[in-house]
Design a protein around this ligand. Structure first.
Ligand code: MN
Length: 204
């Protein structure tokens, strides 16, 4: 699963898909919209429910699978397993992923919005996103509908293992009492739940 030698390589993504049998984008169209890079978190009901956390870096979506989803509590460290780069237009994808293709199951846009690179803003740091990703030390400020403020994504162990931690940074948006993964399950794109997307596909 882990791969990091090529910083913008969609070949793994395309190799895993048959684009005649999936509604997922093939990465051929560019994203339009704001100038700021975006993040997206897709809830994905595959064999094991998880949250795919993606950050736009150098024209691609760097991706992690977060089994428990993000927390708003700075004391909580969430395992984030690096997965293959996805094309930018995947950020809008919501619907059914065919069986046999990357876990299958329903996916929805759980949260999305622009982000800022906190390391680049610091005068004594200034590190760009691509370098931060390479170093395994990312600090971003999310401007989502559910998630706000600083999040750190920190690689642990060897680069080849692809194991990272997703941690809420201590700031005004930190809140140990919130738990949006359970209290705000709906898509920010359609308002649907995972169950509703699955039911609609059964009606087809
Ligand atoms: Mn997934």
């Amino acid at each position: 699963m882990a791969q990091g030698r090529n910083d913008s390589d969609l070949s793994d993504y395309r190799d895993k898909r048959n684009f005649s049998s999936t509604d997922e984008p093939d990465g051929s169209s560019a994203r339009s919209g704001s100038d700021k890079p975006i993040f997206v978190i897709q809830e994905h009901d595959a064999t094991n429910l998880h949250y795919d956390f993606r950050l736009e870096i150098d024209g691609t979506l760097k991706s992690w699978s977060v089994p428990k989803g993000p927390s708003t509590d700075p004391r909580v460290r969430r395992l984030a397993i690096q997965t293959e780069d996805h094309p930018l237009d995947y950020a809008d994808f919501e619907g059914m992923i065919p069986e046999g293709e990357y876990g299958g199951g329903a996916a929805l846009v759980w949260d999305t919005g622009p982000f800022d690179n906190l390391r680049e803003e610091k005068s004594d740091d200034g590190t760009g996103m691509a370098e931060a990703w390479d170093e395994g030390k990312i600090e971003v400020r999310l401007h989502g509908e559910k998630l706000h403020g600083g999040y750190a994504i920190i690689r642990t162990g060897a680069k080849s293992e692809g194991k990272w931690l997703l941690i809420k940074m201590q700031d005004d948006d930190a809140d140990a009492r919130r738990n949006p993964v359970s209290t705000e399950p709906e898509s920010v794109k359609s308002g649907k739940t995972i169950e509703e997307i699955e039911e609609e596909s059964n009606d087809d």
